[in-house]
Design a protein around this ligand. Sequence first.
Ligand code: ADP
Ligand code: ADP
Length: 238
Amino acid sequence: MITTKDLTKVYRSRGREITALDGVDLHVREGEVYGVLGRSGAGKSTLIRCVNLLERPTAGTVIVDGRELTALAGRGPRAGGELRRARTRIGMVFQHFNLLSSRTVQDNVELPLEILGLSGRERARKALDLLDLVGLADKARVHPAQLSGGQKQRVGIARALAGDPKVLLSDEATSALDPETTRSVLQLLRDLNRQLGLTILLITHEMDVVKAVCDSAALMRGGRITEAGTVPELLATP
Ligand code: ADP
Ligand code: ADP
């Protein structure tokens, strides 16, 4: 469902070159929860941002659901129509939720549906269905500031599902949450994976997160994948 081939990203800042990704070959099968584990600076965020082409790789290929995203025109926020549409179909969940504080919960979930061109009535129905799915049907009319961290992340997840994605990318989605809330958000991701057949790629610096929800995982260090396999295989490695 997600394949990267020889994915490389070199940042140039103040005359220096930083190789954030150094030939990453990733293979995430349809319907699995796949974790990328590594310390800060390993290249995890760069990897996930290259998978949805928020970041344009220096070299290499990204294929999501049979479509080679690296072949589509455009880059960054000014991406062309085809890439923009492809991207709306890849859900993304963020560590700090990235909700608009001036909008209600329902409006936050409706935003990506506007881009997809749904009518007001269709948007509202879909947003309420999604809020029901994440257990927040009664919070549609409130603003994000009135929610707990875990509830905010549930809204982030509902918004990420608005474009009916086959793939959900999670960038440290539970890192800002306490352990109990972390467990319930991870359980929600697991449930969505099972109920919707959603493929999930998550990045984390916590082995416990991988143990709790992932089928497979890769260890990253210095922009490279140093090990990859099923979680039982990785745990058995000395
Ligand atoms: P992680 O998510 O694993 O913490 P990152 O992907 O954020 O790692 O960073 C990988 C490397 O790339 C780090 O050395 C980081 O400093 C560098 N880096 C990330 N983003 C940029 C950027 N926009 N400009 C320059 N260097 C960057
Ligand atoms: P170090 O040897 O640099 O002190 P550790 O082995 O203590 O690093 O691991 C620190 C972190 O890196 C942990 O979060 C661990 O899960 C992760 N890690 C361990 N082995 C690898 C690896 N081969 N590649 C990438 N990350 C790893």
